[in-house]
Design a protein around this ligand. Structure first.
Ligand SMILES: Nc1ncnc2c1ncn2[C@@H]1O[C@H](COP(=O)(O)OP(=O)(O)OP(=O)(O)O)[C@@H](O)[C@H]1O
Length: 508
């Protein structure tokens, strides 16, 4: 990891090996635990908490308190169907698979602001009057113009007197880059003490942020960065920027007083929604926050904006400007939906193999209802010489990252998965979604919301996508009809043995 007076090295997949080993051990332990369904949220998500924690990091001292809330889809049709991904993992995978900014057509909403501090937005990075070496770093990252959230957030964060901010926008809209830019602009490298602190919920997320700081500051050699993470040597207190988890920062800042929290000029709490889902982090963050001076600029970022996040945010950040970018809704508008009638499992498999053959340019995600079905399908297709990848919840974080990376790079054209991938994780180039099994709820009724999330993986950003549903029984036909009625759409019949598939080739 990073030593003092140096920038963090780029995070390679190899360097995550040791994390993966620990995560595997944690997962194995977790799998032995009985899961307890404790909450059904508004979206119909059900959350499970295992008694054993599933964290991405292994902590010592104050870090050792966190449990992870793992989010599961509501579709528990059979005992082996459950497949889960913790909020922390989801957030990390999301960052890893994303290569581009998410376009968002909505306008920024400004929910609260002090009328005495006018807000303005910028359409270029030049208009921010950044230090030249910082501007060079921004351009070196390939950023030409500010993203929607950056247009408003960055000038507000750079204005004087410093203004506190709570900002919410979906993952991938440029929040990290916004606060890193603010942090680097505010730091004065001629002052030898810690001036900026960024709290992240996990080891890996902190490292991801550190990478952005390192890249953006690549032309600012005097800025010293330090990770506050397990395994790191104690800080000297002279590092300009510290990025870490609440546990380690509590130790360094409050317990051993190695960092002077009262001297910070910038404090960032990132991924607030993930933070509050991690037991212990909320309380530690509050303790850290209390040690800051009233002049310290405070910023809080979150991908979601429910009441719990908001209550926490307002407790942490006094007199904030609150900016919000509404989530780009998933819609079925750009998606052509079909179904293929299959008389047996064999026929269903054959249809799948034909569809595979058709997918020559684009990429497809195939959804199965259970891990068992997904594994079976993957084995069969592989045996028949098809290059497919399998992504299910049993894998380690490291394995998931590797698989998603390979898929994103186009090394696999077809990814077989369960509902683990249905929500939240965007892979830009997916042109086709196949529902090998239709999504059902625990009463074996159509799970329309999961259907939308699944097929919303395709047809994004104005492109046309295809969804194909494999129907092998009167029950699945009935479920499909429920979906049609729910969305007021017609799902067209497709003959997978005929030339019908050819007409789809324009899209895949
Ligand atoms: N102005 C920009 N122009 C082009 N690309 C950008 C710009 N800002 C950020 N990006 C890129 O877009 C992707 C998402 O940005 P970023 O990680 O800052 O989003 P985020 O909202 O912080 O996401 P998350 O909530 O997952 O952390 C990254 O690959 C980043 O390099």
């Amino acid at each position: 990891m990073m030593s003092e007076n140096s920038k963090p090295p780029p995070m390679t997949k190899e360097s995550m090996d040791h994390i993966a080993a620990k995560v595997t051990a944690i997962k194995l332990a977790k799998d032995r635990e009985a899961k307890t369904r404790y909450d059904i949220n508004q979206n119909g998500d059900s959350r499970n908490i295992g008694n054993n924690s599933e964290h991405l990091s292994t902590r010592g001292d104050s870090e050792a308190t966190s449990d992870a809330a793992s989010v599961e889809t509501a579709s528990a049709a059979s005992g082996d169907s459950e497949d889960s991904l913790s909020l922390q993992e989801k957030s990390l995978l999301q960052k890893i698979v994303r290569t581009k900014l998410i376009n968002n057509k909505h306008d920024i909403e400004i929910l609260r602001r002090d009328p005495s501090s006018p807000l303005h937005s910028v359409k270029s990075f030049e208009a921010l009057h950044l230090k030249p070496e910082l501007l060079k770093g921004v351009y070196a990252m390939g950023f030409n113009t500010p993203s929607k959230i950056q247009e408003t957030a960055v000038p507000t964060l750079l204005a004087n007197p410093p203004q506190n901010m709570i900002a919410q926008s979906q993952s991938g809209t440029g929040k990290t880059a916004a606060f890193v830019l603010a942090m680097l602009s505010r730091v004065d490298p001629s002052l030898n003490y810690t001036q900026a602190l960024c709290l992240s919920p996990t080891y890996e997320l902190a490292v991801q942020t550190g990478e952005v700081v390192a890249k953006m500051s690549s032309y600012c050699p005097d800025i010293v960065i330090k990770y506050a993470l397990r395994g790191e040597e104690n800080p000297k207190g002279t590092e300009h920027i510290v990025i870490g988890t609440p546990g380690k920062v509590t130790d360094w800042g409050l317990k051993y007083k190695l960092i002077k929290l009262s001297k910070l000029t910038v404090f960032i709490l990132d991924e607030a929604d993930v933070m509050i889902a991690t037991q212990g982090h909320q309380e530690q963050s509050i303790r850290i926050r209390k040690a800051l001076s009233k002049d310290c600029q405070m910023m809080l970022f979150s991908a979601t904006y429910d009441q719990e996040v908001m209550e926490f945010a307002e407790m942490m950040v006094p007199n904030p400007v609150i900016i919000k970018l509404r989530r780009e809704e998933e819609s079925l508008d750009n998606i052509k939906q079909y179904y293929v009638k299959c008389m047996s499992l064999e026929a269903k498999y054959k249809a799948m193999a034909n569809i595979y053959g058709m997918c020559t340019v684009g990429q497809a995600i195939v959804f199965c209802q259970t891990k068992k079905n997904a594994s079976w399908l993957c084995e069969e297709l592989t045996r028949d010489g098809h290059a497919v990848a399998l992504l299910i919840g049993d894998l380690t974080v490291e394995q998931r990252i590797t698989i998603l990376d390979r898929f994103r790079e186009g090394k696999h054209r077809v990814l077989i998965t369960t509902n683990v991938l249905a929500r939240g994780i965007d892979i830009e180039q997916v042109t086709m979604v196949v529902n090998f099994d239709l999504p059902v709820d625990r009463f074996r009724q159509a799970d329309c919301e999961t259907y939308l999330h699944r097929i919303g993986r395709t047809g994004r950003f104005g492109k046309t996508g295809i969804a194909i549903n494999l129907i092998d029984s009167s029950e699945s036909m009935d479920i499909m009809r429920q979906i049609e009625r729910h969305f007021g759409v017609r799902i067209e019949l497709l003959d997978a043995d005929s030339d019908d598939l050819d007409k789809l080739e324009n899209y895949v």
